[in-house]
Design a protein. Structure first.
Length: 125
């Protein structure tokens, strides 16, 4: 129960941090390219990698790890988790699986986003 509460609390902070940081960057950069989302995704990837490196060397309570990684960073950007899982596959010598994860996730994500748009348009006709 403590871990679930830590995740929920971290998630609420992560979602708010994503919203405000992305909005701030987008407001500064203007329309066109999604600089806010890119910024959030890249920062999240850096932070989750940094935390993973720390957690390899420093003993951190499970609730704190869950708060930071699953809660905060999971809500801040799931891209960070995706990036770390891909890095770990490469580190474990599973290059094919890592490349499969990268390719399938990116291509399928784009295809499914388009499919979702088309489905919404179809249902709203």
């Amino acid at each position: 129960m403590k871990q679930a509460m830590a995740i929920a609390l971290g998630g609420s902070f992560g979602a708010l941090a994503r919203y405000y940081l992305s909005k701030w960057v987008s407001d500064l950069s203007g329309a066109g390219f999604p600089w806010g989302t890119l910024t959030v995704n890249l920062i999240g990837s850096l932070v989750i990698g940094f935390c993973f490196g720390l957690f390899e060397k420093i003993i951190i309570p499970g609730e704190v790890k869950a708060f930071i990684t699953v809660g905060f960073l999971g809500a801040f950007t799931t891209f960070s988790t995706f990036a770390l899982e891909s890095v770990n596959l490469f580190r474990e010598g599973e290059s094919r699986l890592a490349l499969l994860n990268l390719g399938v996730s990116m291509v399928s994500g784009l295809v499914l986003a388009v499919a979702g748009i088309m489905l919404a348009r179809f249902l709203l006709k």
